[in-house]
Structure formats: structure tokens, C-alpha cells
Design a protein around this ligand. Structure first.
Ligand code: ZN
Length: 172
């Protein structure tokens, strides 16, 4: 099976019609098929679509950002957090590693803060409204590197990190 590089725009809403995210008006998302750059449940349903195609894609939570895990909600002492000001809904990274989970403040009082390390979209069924912008065959070099060369995507809810090359890639 040939592997493509696909460029698309999307608008993401919840089943209740709440707008979660959209690439419209910004840069489209670009990904290499099979690289894990966008969530599986979305990629599978975009396969074989030609440029110009529009499709509504439903991705159940379990195949999107996963189901909620209540053990990932923890109460910590407020003074243990290196953050002076806190309010409900604040999000920050729980560590200096750039892959550290993002936690959300879901409750707080003078002494304790309850942090939820579930992905903000965990447990949410996703509804993508997709428009395919371009489809082309991946180059040998892209297949070898496992990512797209040239203009890359940006962080988005449809995907993960940028589609550009990492350090040590040597392809710039
Ligand atoms: Zn590369």
C-alpha cells in the first residue's frame, strides 16, 4: 500500500456542538500516513480520500484521547505547587519535561488543590469536519524519517507535535 502525505483543514466539535478547535483561518494540518501524527481513529477514515473531499468523521473517545481515568485526579497541598496564583480551570505542565502531562485545576481551597491529569479531551467523543486540501505520495526520504518534509503542521487537536523535522534529522 502506498503511503501519502495528506494536508487537510478541520473543525472539531463535541457531540453537543461545542466548538473545540479549528484549523480554518490558520495553517492546515499535514501528516504522513502511518506516522502516528494524527489520531488513528481520524486517519483511518481519511484514507483514500482525494483532494477536495469533505467528510464528517466521528471518533469515539476511546479511539481519540482515551477514556477518563479517575485515578489521574489527585489532591495536592497548595504549597507544594510552584505557582503563586491559581484559579479553577488553570492548566499547566506537571514537570519540566515537554512531554509531561498537562494538568487542570478542578477544585481548590486555601490548603489543597485538586489536579486532573486526564487529557482535556479524554472521555469526549470527537466530531471532525474535514476538508482534504492536498494528497501526494510520500518521498523515500520522508518514509525513512517517518515525518513530513517541507512546510509542516502545527500543534493541533487533530494531531500531535509539528510535522517538521526534529534535531539530528539532517534534512533541513
Ligand atoms: Zn527529516
Amino acid at each position: 500500500m502506498k503511503t501519502n502525505v495528506v494536508t487537510f483543514h478541520y473543525t472539531l466539535t463535541s457531540p453537543e456542538g461545542r466548538l473545540i478547535d479549528s484549523s480554518q483561518g490558520g495553517d492546515p494540518v499535514i501528516y504522513l500516513e502511518g506516522s502516528g501524527h494524527i489520531i488513528d481513529g481520524l486517519e483511518q477514515q481519511l484514507r483514500e480520500l482525494p483532494a477536495g473531499a469533505k467528510k464528517k468523521v466521528q471518533v469515539p473517545a476511546a479511539r481519540g484521547y482515551g477514556l477518563r481515568d479517575d485515578t489521574m485526579v489527585q489532591k495536592v497541598k497548595r504549597q507544594a505547587l510552584p505557582v503563586a496564583e491559581l484559579k479553577l480551570g488553570d492548566q499547566f505542565q506537571a514537570g519540566s519535561d515537554r512531554h509531561a502531562p498537562v494538568v487542570t485545576v478542578v477544585a481548590l481551597d486555601d490548603d489543597d488543590v485538586t489536579l486532573d491529569a486526564n487529557h482535556p479531551l479524554a472521555g469526549v467523543d470527537l466530531l471532525f469536519d474535514v476538508e482534504i486540501i492536498a494528497v501526494r505520495a510520500a518521498s523515500e526520504e520522508e518514509l525513512a524519517h517517518g515525518h513530513v518534509h517541507g512546510a509542516g503542521g502545527h500543534h493541533s487537536h487533530a494531531g500531535g507535535e509539528s510535522g517538521g523535522c526534529g534535531e539530528g534529522c539532517g534534512c533541513h
